[in-house]
Design a protein around this ligand. Structure first.
Ligand SMILES: [Zn+2]
Length: 127
């Protein structure tokens, strides 16, 4: 569901995560859903990578031998807000995703510029 959200919807969701500290599941889904938008510009690509890095760092901080979880969360939220600010101007933009069947349901990978799916795992309808 997160994967079919528009850029503006993802921006909203990123900002909402600030109200649910340590919700790693939400961050993980938003990371996955925003990766393809990272290809839209160098700036977005960098903001997306920073968000991904900050969310992983937060995940590590939550481990028993981890670090300052509140600080890690703050940094993840800072990265989330920056990413949200860059996504918002894209408005209704959506990532076109592959709808061909794969083992777990629709493939769901982002399509190339030419509308092709480059899944390395393959599809069930492949002859
Ligand atoms: Zn596919």
């Amino acid at each position: 569901m997160t994967l079919s959200m528009t850029a503006a919807q993802l921006a909203d969701a990123l900002e909402r995560t600030g109200h649910a500290p340590h919700n790693t599941g939400a961050l993980s889904m938003l990371d996955e859903a925003t990766i393809a938008f990272g290809a839209k510009s160098a700036e977005l690509g960098e903001a997306q990578r920073r968000f991904a890095d900050a969310r992983i760092a937060h995940l590590h901080a939550l481990a028993p031998s981890g670090g300052d979880t509140d600080d890690a969360w703050r940094q993840a939220m800072q990265a989330a807000r920056r990413l949200a600010a860059l996504l918002r101007p894209l408005g209704d933009a959506r990532i076109a995703r592959c709808t061909r069947p794969a083992g777990w349901g629709p493939c769901g990978l982002p399509l190339d510029e030419d509308g092709e799916c480059r899944s390395a795992i393959g599809h069930l309808d492949t002859p």
